[in-house]
Structure formats: C-alpha cells, structure tokens
Design a protein around this ligand. Structure first.
Ligand SMILES: NC(=O)c1ccc[n+]([C@@H]2O[C@H](COP(=O)([O-])OP(=O)(O)OC[C@H]3O[C@@H](n4cnc5c(N)ncnc54)[C@H](OP(=O)(O)O)[C@@H]3O)[C@@H](O)[C@H]2O)c1
Length: 219
C-alpha cells in the first residue's frame, strides 16, 4: 500500500520503520525537507519527500506532528491522495507545549475535530496514546495472550476499517472507540492513554473515561 507519513519524529520515525519493513511503499516528510531524512531513508528504504508531496497517491496518510504545527500544514494537502484516503491523526494537545486553544478548552471540541478543521479532511484517531517505542518493541501475532490493543476513533467507517486492518498488520489488536466527537475518551489523562492492555482492558478503560479535562490539561 502507498503510505505517506508527515512527521518523522518519535512516532513518525517508528511507523516509517515498521510499515516499510512490512513492504509498504512509504513516503516520509518533516518540516526541514527531504535532505534531512537521508539516514532514515537509508535505514528503512522509505522515500523522503517534501510535505506537499507526502500524500500524493497515498491510500493512508499519517499526520504525526506537534498539534501546534497543524495550522502550518499546506492547504490542499490531500488533493492528490488516492480516493478514499484514510488520514490517521496521532496528535495530542498539551496546553503547556501547544499554547491556549479556545475551541478545545472552552468550546469542548475534541482535539481530533480541531485538527480535522485545520487540515480540511476527516481523520481516524489512532496511536495517540501509544508509546513510540512500543511500535517497535511490542508487536505480537494475532491471538498472542500479551497482544496490546489500541483504541481507534473516526466517523468514516471505511477509513476506520482500513486503519484497523493496518494496525492488525503492525501487530496490535484494535478497539472501535466510536466517532470523533467521542474521541475525548482516548485523549491525554484518560484511563486508556498510555495503557498497555488487551481488548478487554482497553474497552473497559474507554467506558470509564470522563469528558472533563484534568487540571494538568487545562490552561
Ligand atoms: N512521542 C510519543 O511517544 C507519542 C506517542 C503518541 C502520540 N504522540 C503525539 O504524536 C504527535 C507527534 O509526536 P512525536 O513525539 O512523534 O513528535 P516529535 O518527535 O517532536 O516529531 C515531530 C515531527 O514533526 C515534524 N514537523 C513539525 N512541524 C511540521 C510541519 N509543519 N510540517 C511537517 N512536519 C513537521 C518534525 O520535523 P522537523 O524535525 O523537521 O521539525 C518532526 O519530524 C504529537 O502530537 C504527540 O503528542 C507522541
């Protein structure tokens, strides 16, 4: 599958490594340009590209940059993506890092809905509560007793199914966490955030979440 990854840091770098190793055709971009990604390209076989090119022809695009950089992404980013492209949002809002965002803090917009509005495309929220190292260290075959499950939220059922199948291929179970308006259930400081557990534990943690932001995540 042709996959574009925007952001080559902790999460983007490790997704590049694993998805390329699985045989996918991976293009990867950062803010400084493709010439700064030669080491990652040599290591993985992924193609370094400019941000504007990352989604071209892609069936899946991963947006994995700090939330405060989302408004800097170019307009029309997905114009040349494949039909039905699934856009994965791994982002989290940390007010201390990202600054005060009234739509999230005062109006109660979920973090992924805010991101959707900026990038102009629906997203599937996944990996946001997953430690980057776990992407490399914790894949397990289907049915393994210690296989971790990741929550996945999104309004586009076809895109969500595509993302869940890809995560299964990466070595993790998934739990359908509902639509983007409900995706507060997997935001920072919720029980599922950073949880290393299987389907039952993740399902329970999602059910126990509260929409109230904890003081740590208000500003
Ligand atoms: N770290 C984790 O374990 C973890 C886990 C789950 C979710 N997350 C979330 O996932 C997101 C990414 O986290 P991370 O830890 O992977 O970040 P990171 O290590 O800081 O890497 C950020 C990447 O985004 C790129 N970037 C920044 N602004 C950009 C722009 N305008 N256009 C294109 N690329 C841009 C950076 O490129 P340059 O280096 O060239 O600036 C860098 O490659 C965050 O929202 C974070 O909260 C992180």
């Amino acid at each position: 599958m042709k996959i574009g990854i925007i952001g080559a840091g902790n999460i983007g770098g490790n997704l590049t490594r694993r998805l390329a190793a699985l045989g996918h055709d991976v293009s990867v971009a950062n803010s400084r340009g493709p010439h700064t990604l030669t080491a990652l390209a040599e290591e993985t076989g992924a193609t370094p590209v400019a941000v504007e090119e990352a989604a071209r022809g892609a069936e899946v695009v991963v947006v994995t940059i700090p939330l405060n950089a989302i408004p800097d992404l170019p307009d029309g980013l997905f114009a040349e993506a494949a039909d039905g492209v699934a856009v994965i949002d791994t982002g989290n809002y940390y007010p201390q890092r990202d600054g005060r965002i009234a739509e999230i803090l005062d109006e109660g917009l979920t973090e992924s809905r805010w991101t959707e509005r900026h990038i102009g495309h629906p997203v599937v929220k996944a990996f946001n509560g997953t430690y980057a190292a776990d992407i490399l260290d914790r894949p397990r075959p289907a049915g393994a007793p210690d296989r971790m499950a990741l929550p996945v939220a999104g309004d586009d059922e076809a895109a969500k199914a595509k993302v869940r199948a890809l995560i299964d291929e990466l070595g993790f179970d998934t739990v359908d966490a509902g639509g983007i308006d409900e995706s507060w259930r997997q935001q920072p400081a919720t029980p599922v955030y950073g949880l290393r557990d299987g389907v039952d534990g993740v399902t329970k943690a999602l059910a126990e979440a509260s929409p109230e932001r904890t003081p740590e995540f208000t500003a």
